[in-house]
Design a protein around this ligand. Structure first.
Ligand code: 7PM
Length: 267
């Protein structure tokens, strides 16, 4: 899954599609074309900056950012478009225009989001986050990070089924970097095989995140090796979808993981 942030201010790829405050659709289409050529099979389009400390955007602002992009990408490419949003308006609008998946860092907890997602009838990624982006990294605390993330995702999955979503339209994401210390992130990553046992496909997003900076000491633009390594390890540990910035390098790593698995399965 290739990340396309259509925000003027994202931490790892800030404003790459903007000239000042105006969005350049052609530059997004070129980036999507590149990501597909590099091996992406899903494109994740997001208009809300969820970096730690980010201020919230209005639903109108988010619609204005995201919907034209979804429309243009859907018209031009045969690829599954995922929309990174917590807003029911954006969900309905995006799926009307051709989006095939919803990706919500708030796991459909916003008013109206469960009903909107159920009406949309597409797969939904439920992500765990402690707190809200503005303050989530100030004091993350858990008794048992793995048990708590798992219980949260199980509760949200039950709420989804009650709202009418199909069980096989639910994906789980532990939410790396969202209200978690380095130790919390590492514990969760080590628990991926345990989470995979639940049967819900796992989506993992660690690309360029600060947990990699904390270990390697590298700035955000120097985290590719760490990102690709973690993507390969996540795949090995049962992740179904990797949300990444460096598509070509990740695709190579995943090809190697797949080759090893194929050889093993034949033995
Ligand atoms: C800190 C945390 C800074 C996250 C920036 C981000 C995920 C996501 C994002 C994820 C799913 C980024 C982001 N991260 N959706 N949206 N999983 N499902 O790296 O890990 O772009 S935003």
């Amino acid at each position: 899954m290739a990340v396309m942030n259509v925000t003027p201010d994202s931490f790892s790829d800030g404003g790459q599609f903007y000239a000042g405050t105006s969005l350049n659709l052609d530059s997004i289409l070129a980036a999507v074309e590149g990501a597909l050529a590099d091996g992406a099979t899903l494109i994740d389009i997001g208009g809300e900056s969820t970096r730690p400390g980010a201020s919230p955007v209005s639903q109108q602002e988010e619609c204005d950012r995201v919907l034209p992009v979804v429309e243009a990408v859907a018209a031009r490419f045969d690829v599954v478009i995922s929309v990174d949003t917590s807003s029911p308006e954006v969900m309905r609008g995006a799926v009307d225009l051709g989006a095939g998946m919803l990706n919500d860092v708030r796991a459909l907890r916003r008013d109206g989001a469960l009903a909107a997602a159920a009406d949309c009838g597409v797969p939904v990624c439920l992500m765990h986050m402690q707190g809200e982006p503005a303050s989530m990294q100030q004091k993350p605390e858990y008794r048992d990070i793995v048990a708590e993330v798992k219980a949260f995702l199980a509760e949200r999955s039950a709420a989804c089924r009650e709202a009418g979503l199909l069980d096989n339209h639910i994906l789980w994401d532990p939410g790396f970097g969202f209200g978690k210390s380095l130790s919390h992130n590492l514990q969760l990553f080590n628990a991926l095989p345990h989470l995979a046992e639940t049967g819900y496909p796992l989506l993992v997003g660690v690309s360029r995140k600060s947990m990699l900076g904390a270990v390697t000491g590298r700035d955000v633009d120097q985290r590719m090796a760490a990102s690709v390594t973690m993507a390969a390890l996540a795949a090995e540990r049962g992740a179904a979808i990797l949300r990444v910035h460096d598509v070509r390098e990740t695709a190579d790593a995943l090809a190697m993981v797949a080759a090893l698995k194929k050889e093993k399965d034949q033995a």
